[in-house]
Design a protein around this ligand. Structure first.
Ligand code: HEM
Ligand code: HEM
Length: 228
């Protein structure tokens, strides 16, 4: 559905519901993953980590078939465009700007690396990730160390991400958080020529179901000991 009602409405829909739900769900899951390991609740840690992994795989699929602003090709730009944007902040974007787009990719990749290394990690006591036996003790211990290190990178990226969002709010007067909640931005903050096509939400649901069923099949195959 093209956004042709813009002359009559003060706001323009820029983010679809699946992208917004994805965002706030991963914020909660990263917090739960940290809290659970901190408190020694490893089963909760496993569940939050697997849920995060499923959502990240979903988001990669949604980046290919989702609405215009959710697609990678909408916010992945060549380095010179990112540098030009960082130098002069020129241009208006309905979705992620070129610098924000790079941050989004970085966040998705480090979160993915965190969840995948977690699968091979162990706590040196009673808990091992579902794939730890596949690689043996030494490799599992090394991957646990990588898992710890990546979390520090996540903290750094999330801190920069929140600072950037704060900069937009307090310096530029753009409330990106409200847009990530409601899906809408004021007219003045969206380029007049922007044409946003929304992929229907049931497609997102089907994609998520596909990811979850594939995950369940993988889980039962591994638990059945087919590879161990
Ligand atoms: C664990 C913490 C967080 C992670 C991992 C995270 C990750 C992400 C990711 C991956 C996106 C891209 C969304 C997409 O296109 O799918 C994003 C966008 C966004 N996040 Fe976060 N986020 C975190 C915390 C927060 C917090 C606390 C806020 C609010 C203060 C926030 C505000 C936003 C906003 C406003 C956007 C849209 C940016 C834009 O308009 O380009 N995020 N975040
Ligand atoms: C895919 C599922 C995951 C599994 C099976 C897993 C497993 C583990 C294991 C076995 C440990 C070692 C615990 C210990 O040394 O006591 C650990 C530590 C940790 N995990 Fe995960 N994890 C997963 C996903 C995640 C995710 C998604 C995050 C955060 C985004 C995360 C954050 C952490 C943190 C912060 C630690 C503590 C590191 C440290 O002690 O320095 N994990 N995880």
């Amino acid at each position: 559905m093209a956004n042709d009602l813009r002359e009559h409405t003060p706001h323009v829909q820029v983010w679809d519901a699946p992208t917004r739900l994805f965002h706030w769900a991963i914020v909660i899951l990263v917090f739960v993953s940290w809290l659970s390991v901190d408190q020694g609740f490893m089963t909760v840690h496993l569940c939050s980590g697997l849920a995060l992994l499923a959502l990240l795989v979903f988001r990669i699929g949604w980046g290919l078939i989702g609405s215009t602003t959710a697609r990678f090709r909408d916010f992945l730009h060549p380095p010179r465009t990112v540098l030009a944007y960082l130098r002069n902040g020129a241009g208006m974007y309905a979705g992620h700007n070129p610098a924000g787009g790079l941050m989004v990719i970085a966040l998705i990749l480090v979160l993915l690396a965190q969840a995948v290394t977690g699968l091979f990690a162990n706590d040196g006591l009673h808990f091992s990730g579902p794939l730890a036996l596949l690689v043996g003790d030494d490799a599992s211990t090394r991957l646990t160390a990588v898992h710890s290190t990546i979390f520090n990178v996540i903290l750094l990226l999330v801190w920069s991400h929140v600072v950037a969002v704060g900069f937009y709010l307090f310096v530029k007067g753009h409330n990106l958080v409200k847009a990530m909640v409601t899906g809408k931005k004021p007219h003045a903050h969206v380029p007049a020529e922007a044409r946003i096509t929304f992929t229907r939400s049931y497609i997102a649901l089907l994609l998520l179901l596909l990811v979850l069923t594939a995950g369940a099949v993988a889980w039962f195959t591994i638990q059945g000991g087919a590879f161990l």
